[in-house]
Design a protein around this ligand. Structure first.
Ligand code: G6P
Length: 605
């Protein structure tokens, strides 16, 4: 949540900051701002309510120019979205931007008010800038920042400038990501290195507790004990175009259509003949995997739904028992750890605050090991887990997750096959199914025009129910989440067998029911549920295997899905449902890539 970018260079850095903010906008987009040190060594700030484009338009009317500056795009936590709450915040000659939450801000605020500091915003961030200011003596910026951050409780990444040092930025990483970009005689700071690909491919991913002092020519990193330290420089192989929309109208549609390639990338180099290469999960996997008797999965949002699918797979195909829990619940619950349990986190970003906190809790407990399946190579979850598997979905910019989910599922099926193999079962059918994923995705994407047409019959509704059985139940949950996120239509998902235990009471001509109907061992039972809705005058929207004998009528709309291997059916059925949510949201005129109130990377609780 919230995106930070900073630059210290020997050229005007305002265009770099604005371009970077646009690329960070997925982290929050309710207001944006920047501050630069101008040629007279004065702080010049501009903030705007709304998206980064508002700020860019503001800069046309009020051009700013400077060689050093920091900028921010906000997802509001403390204080409503407004210009006065937008970052950067200023105290005297100091300015900061902040990503995260300061938990003890109320106490600090009243202490600072007693000292005479006046607050002009409702944010927790303003506490930080006044606190640093209160420590600012003898022009020693480093000491002021080091002193102030000792008093802060919570999670934060900060970038700080002061007009006395017109060519200097200080950054702090403590709970929220912060990355240094290295240019030629220029340095940058960012929450996500994607934001800087237009200026550099060289990055340093700061560790927890690091503080960095940047000038155009020099960079100095201090660890959490204040000791000077060097961190490795990594070269990104991501091309700038990977984070652009290309010919697509929205990132979400582009990312849906990238899923065949993305899932192939997830599998690349991880299968050999009819074997999963166990080392793909980390060097210690060979020793640890044979010991696994139980898997505890923890995740949030869409990643949690991927975990729910994995539970069906692990228990059915690898005979490994599995529990799945939402991270924000797991982290605060007294849980019992079964012997030989692998703790598995799932995450696109690798920075979700609750998932990270759950992992840290698990590391204090008696788990066999920790594994993360994650899309971001340098993320906190990857760094803090003993074992890891990258999903390799590439940058996902749409706030509603699509290809990240599909690649998580692909990775989880790979994991299931690996455990089946390690525990002496024949994984050949699983591996055959895995290899079929990319082609099956390509086939199902061809349904797009039919789905677009079906969306026109649906978009007038304000509420809906999704039904699925077995492994399609989590897919129904994910489809309902996707629809509500981007169309703002109220959607709930139920296991179809639960229909008669309550939700059936809601069914009438204004409560359509969307049903996922693969041709599996539960199809007859599911078709009975469909009849229960039909008999009560409900509107049905079916995503059904083409071989099933259901006929479209006035109240029954059907997307006929090509027959698919039952093992990978949840992966394949999810894709037409993504397209459905997308087309409904477009018909309603919504901002598909940046839906209201949401953000992609949730680095606060
Ligand atoms: C946010 C995003 C979701 C995502 C969830 C978990 O809510 O909007 O798309 O599923 O966070 O994020 P993670 O990065 O841990 O998968």
């Amino acid at each position: 949540m919230c995106g930070i970018i900073g630059a210290v260079a020997n050229r005007n850095i305002v265009p770099i900051l604005v371009d970077g903010l646009k690329r960070l906008e997925y982290r929050g987009y309710d207001s944006a701002g920047l501050v630069v040190i101008d040629q007279h060594d004065q702080l010049q700030r501009l903030r705007r309510m709304g998206k980064v484009q508002e700020l860019a338009d503001g800069l046309v009317a009020t051009p700013l120019n400077g060689h050093t500056g920091i900028a921010h795009t906000r997802w509001a936590t403390h204080g409503a979205p407004s210009e006065r709450n937008a970052h950067p915040h200023i105290s005297g000659d100091l300015a900061i931007v902040h990503n995260g939450i300061i938990e003890n801000y109320v106490a600090l605020r009243s202490q600072l008010q007693t000292k005479g500091y006046e607050f002009t915003s409702d944010t927790d961030t303003e506490v930080i800038v006044h606190l640093i200011h209160s420590y600012w003596k003898n022009n020693d910026l480093l000491a002021a920042v080091q002193g102030a951050i000792k008093e802060l409780q919570g999670a934060f990444a900060l970038a700080i400038i002061v007009k006395h040092y017109p060519q200097r930025i200080i950054g702090v990483r403590q709970g929220s990501p912060l990355i240094i970009g290295i240019g030629k005689n220029e340095h940058f700071l960012t929450s996500d290195h994607l934001a800087l690909l237009s200026v550099t491919q060289q990055f340093i991913f700061l560790e927890e507790g690091d503080l960095v002092d940047l000038t155009p020519e020099k960079l100095m990193i201090y660890d959490c004990d204040g000791k000077k330290i060097m961190r490795p420089i990594k070269t990104s192989d991501l091309a700038q175009e990977q984070a652009t929309k290309g010919d697509y109208q929205h990132f979400m549609l582009k990312e849906i259509f990238e899923q065949a390639v993305a899932s192939a990338q997830t599998l690349e180099g991880r299968l050999a003949g009819n074997h999963v290469l166990i080392s793909a999960f980390g060097t210690k996997a060979e020793v640890l995997f044979p010991k696994i008797k139980h898997v505890q999965i923890v995740a949030c949002g869409t990643s949690y739904h991927a975990g729910l699918v994995a539970r069906y797979w692990l228990e059915q195909y690898a005979q490994i028992s599995c529990q799945v829990e939402i991270a924000s619940e797991f982290r605060y619950r007294d849980n019992v750890v079964q012997p030989d349990t692998l703790f598995l986190t799932l995450s696109q970003s690798g920075e979700t605050a609750d998932t990270l906190a759950a992992l840290r809790k698990a590391k204090e407990q008696n788990y066999l090991s920790t594994l993360t399946i994650c899309n971001k190579p340098e993320s906190s979850l990857i760094r803090e887990s003993e074992l890891s598997l990258l999903t390799r979905a590439g940058p996902e910019m749409g706030v509603a997750s699509t290809k990240a989910f599909t690649t998580q599922l692909t990775a989880l099926l790979l994991f299931t096959a690996c455990l089946a193999q390690v525990h002496g079962q024949d994984a050949t059918t699983l591996i055959t199914a895995l290899r079929a994923i990319p082609e099956q995705i390509k086939t199902v994407l061809q349904l797009d025009p039919d789905i677009k047409k079906m969306a026109t019959h649906f978009s007038r509704f304000r509420d809906t129910l999704f039904l699925g059985r077995g492994v399609e139940y989590p897919i129904a949950l994910e489809a309902a989440l996707k629809l509500k996120e981007i169309s703002y239509i109220h959607a709930e998902a139920y296991p179809a067998g639960e229909l008669k235990h309550g939700p059936l009471a809601l069914v009438d001509e204004n409560m359509p029911v969307i049903v996922i109907v693969p041709n599996d061992h539960l199809v007859e039972k599911l078709l009975s549920n469909v009849q229960e809705v039909n008999a009560r005058g409900g509107r049905l929207f079916l995503f059904a295997d083409q071989s099933i004998n259901v006929v479209a009528e006035k109240n029954i709309h059907i997307i006929k899905v090509p027959t698919v291997n039952a093992i990978i059916a949840p992966i394949i059925y999810n894709i037409p449902l993504q397209l459905f949510a997308y087309h409904v949201a477009v018909l309603l005129g919504n901002d598909v890539d940046q839906p209201r109130n949401l953000a992609k990377s949730v680095t606060v609780e």
